[in-house]
Design a protein around this ligand. Structure first.
Ligand SMILES: Cc1cc2nc3c(=O)[nH]c(=O)nc-3n(C[C@H](O)[C@H](O)[C@H](O)COP(=O)(O)OP(=O)(O)OC[C@H]3O[C@@H](n4cnc5c(N)ncnc54)[C@H](O)[C@@H]3O)c2cc1C
Length: 443
């Protein structure tokens, strides 16, 4: 494929040659001249539970049908799927590309507890960024879960999506007093939540903790089926999906963004959105976020577990935390034991020892023995100090957006990102864009 003549004129030395060696001038910002514009990493070790589930394959083209698009979305995980869904309106040409098979990045490793609860509790976040902003972030997160519920229902996606409650248990990091403050803070923000004291927790759930918060506006799903279904719907409405296709370089001019592919081709777009997950743009590596390691396991279908787990997902306010949920076919999916290391997840020894600890902690929490896990897996995982993601225009790069820094409620944040980025591309503002913008100092 050749860049169109008009495009080649505009970008001067940035031409499509098989070896693609851009020459850079000061007036044409380039963020990388290496072959690898986004951080490459293994996005999961061992085989995550969802890898064996049906309906996660999507037909993708091998090459784009043309070289100019209105929008190019880099990354075909849940973030790219939701962005494509929001951007494909029948008028814009939208191309989604991925260097992997679609939906085989972090989305495949996700335990997919879809929550409005941000990793940092509201009363604590308010102390970090102020009450008004913290309340807005939490309310926006709650609206995003409602919106995800509508999208899955409207598109008729079969992905085991189930609305659930969240039980946030007191632990060594957040005790019952902190949980009471949290419930108050949520009520002030207009978000429903009930404090459950130790006695009620024992009676209703058979759990031995000093307290908990029970809240609505959560869900669980098969994340790979969900992302694949949303991508399929975007393609049915006119988006193009190409895989494998790797973006290796980028250049912006006043009214276009030019992307180089690993094959040395050039694509141009009015806007580009990097939905590249924990393989974020290298130029954004200094932003205030980090990548840690996390572990998860899934028991076999039909695991004997308390009945209330069908309707509730569970978080423990402990460090390291533990979280668990059930799946529709009766598995228990349990995760946690995060370590502040970008690479620990790659160790097979750690995979075995972490799985043991997670299982033992879940058994202690539920007061019941669990069967041997059928799946254990590990993955890199993003965190920020405030739990808020980074979403918005990339500083210094006109018409380029990125969404990154997703932590424990990454799927909810992917929806917020789709809304904010599609509004910006459509020329409308978003009243909450400031909360997540790059360089706003909030994290
Ligand atoms: C173990 C684990 C448990 C989790 N649990 C939860 C949970 O319970 N609830 C929740 O909400 N979130 C959870 N998360 C977080 C959530 O899974 C992530 O936020 C989400 O999957 C990120 O999706 P994404 O589409 O942004 O990234 P990905 O799914 O990784 O997709 C990004 C894609 O970009 C592609 N890409 C990167 N660079 C390029 C390039 N240069 N050219 C072409 N393609 C490129 C990659 O190949 C990849 O496929 C969890 C994550 C992990 C790892």
């Amino acid at each position: 494929m050749q860049a169109p003549a008009q495009a080649r004129r505009r970008i001067g030395n940035f031409s499509a040659t098989p070896t693609f060696q851009p020459r850079i001038s000061a007036s044409e910002p380039v963020i990388s001249s290496s072959r690898d514009i986004t951080q490459q990493r293994q996005l999961h070790e061992s085989r995550p539970l969802w890898a064996d589930t049906p309906r996660i394959g999507i037909r993708a083209a091998h090459t784009p049908s043309k070289s100019e698009y209105d929008v190019i979305v880099v990354g075909a995980g849940i973030s790219g799927a939701l962005a494509a869904h929001a951007l494909t309106d029948g008028r814009r040409s939208v191309l989604v590309v991925d260097r992997r098979t679609p939906v085989r990045g972090s989305t495949l490793a996700s335990t997919a507890m879809i929550q409005h609860e941000i990793d940092i509790p509201l009363h604590k976040l308010a102390g970090m960024i102020g009450v008004e902003k913290a309340n807005r972030a939490w309310r926006r997160s709650a609206r995003a879960v409602e919106q995800l519920t509508r999208i899955v229902a409207d598109l008729g996606i079969s992905c085991a999506f189930e609305r659930k409650k969240t039980l946030f248990l007191a632990g060594d990091e957040y005790g019952s007093r902190a949980l009471r403050s949290e419930v108050e803070a949520r009520h002030v923000a207009g978000i429903e939540a009930d404090f459950v004291d130790a006695a009620a927790l024992g009676q209703q759930f058979g759990l031995d903790r000093t307290g908990a918060i029970l809240s609505d506006i959560s869900a669980s799903a098969n994340p790979a089926q969900m992302a694949a279904g949303i991508l399929r719907a975007a393609v049915a409405r006119g988006a193009e999906l190409v895989s494998p296709l790797e973006i290796t370089d980028l250049r912006t001019t006043g009214d276009s963004v030019f992307l180089a592919t690993a094959e040395g081709k050039i694509l141009s777009a009015g806007h580009v959105v990097f939905c590249s997950g924990y393989e974020f743009l290298k130029s954004l590596a200094q932003e205030d976020h980090s990548v840690v390691s996390t572990w998860a396991l899934a028991t076999p279908p039909g695991t004997d577990a308390p009945g209330w787990l069908k309707d509730c997902i569970v978080w423990e306010g402990a460090d390291p935390y533990l979280y668990l949920r059930s799946s529709r076919d009766g598995r228990l999916i349990v995760g946690g034991e995060d370590e502040e290391s970008e690479t620990a997840y790659a160790s097979p020894q750690k995979l075995a020892s972490k799985a043991k600890v997670i299982r033992r902690k879940a058994e202690a929490m539920l007061g019941t023995a669990l069967p041997d896990p059928e799946f254990v897996w590990a993955a890199p995982f993003g965190t920020t100090r405030t739990g808020l993601p980074l979403i918005g225009a990339v500083p210094g790069l006109d018409r380029v957006f990125a969404v990154m820094g997703f932590g424990g409620n990454g799927i909810t944040f992917s929806q917020i990102a789709a809304e904010i980025v599609s509004s910006a591309i459509s020329g409308h503002g978003d009243t909450d864009a400031d909360l997540f913008a790059f360089g706003n100092g909030a994290r």
